[in-house]
Design a protein around this ligand. Sequence first.
Ligand SMILES: *Cc1c(COP(=O)(O)O)cnc(C)c1O
Length: 380
Amino acid sequence: MNYEFVTQFIKQTFNTDQFIPLHEPRFIGNEKDYLNECIDSTFVSSVGKFVDQFEREFAHTVGAKYAIATVNGTAALHIALLLAGVQKDDEVITQPLTFIATANAISYIGATPVFVDVDLDTMGLSPLSLKCFLKQYCEIVEDRCINRINGKIIKACVPMHTFGHPCRIDEIKSICDEWHIALVEDAAESLGSYYKKKHTGTFGCVGAFSFNGNKIITSGGGGVIVTDDEILAKRAKHITTTAKIPHKWEYVHDEIGYNYRLPNLNAALLCAQLENLGKFLKNKQELASIYERFFADTSIAFIKEPQNAYSNYWLQSILLENREQRDEFLTYTNENGVMTRPIWTLMTKLEMFKECQHTNLSNALLLEDRIVNIPSSVRL
Ligand SMILES: *Cc1c(COP(=O)(O)O)cnc(C)c1O
């Protein structure tokens, strides 16, 4: 395979000879104005109009009733799992092919992840693998899903929409409903992605998004929880803001809460970023078509949005032939000014999660060896 040819094409596509990062943020709107407004008003921290404004606008964007901003996406996931009722010693099903935050958030509660395989086309949790696992190892006792291997309760399932490509979330939802398992979506990577015209993150009882520096829109760091349930929304706000009972001056907190609120400064940045989401999405779809046409004439496969889905194409990805070719490609491109990255190491290979129960992971293993992300920033 001629890697120079690919490298040259990417440079030409981004119209530069300089180093091309994997994903850069774009601040082309009202970011500076809104930040200045915060500074001039002195409301830079936990109180200010941009937090409320952002929560309203974000909920509207994804079609959820409520949105609660948090300090980052991991915190959003942590709280989302608590809202779903996950407790210490419960089990939570997720995919092994994900960013560490998914498994970490489960662990923060003292729950244990169980890993089921992904689908090859979506790179997200496979409904088939989920169903097989449940049929083989689980039973429903008094409306709870019990893992017969250890007697633990399987409380929730957390699929993730890998690189913005929606997984088969409607099938996953009906399996979860049948087995009395709460569905929590890790939509950290999929703002702007839809499955059958419904926004990702809004299928389960709660969804979590991230606004880390490398995501499709960013506030430096930030996250948000979405839900249609008013009680869960109120509880999310309460426990992310130290569980303080509102009062003019008294400090009374009614449970152990978290300091997970998003500062007004970051919310200001997000309000401006959200105004340009439509532009970013269109730009990324265009980049995907350019890549798709280019790679069609090569031995490298370009990963397209799955069927029935509209993808935000947050990170564009290609499938190489094997790990050896992947490593050659990574070495050549990174040494020649084009930043590329492999997909994550499977959670089941990490020290902390080695002992966790898992299904056959042949699809996840195949993708782990062969997927590479290529430059994906919004082109100016
Ligand atoms: C980015 C990301 C998160 C959250 O990350 P933060 O950096 O805490 O905002 C969670 N899950 C996945 C899959 C992610 O990519």
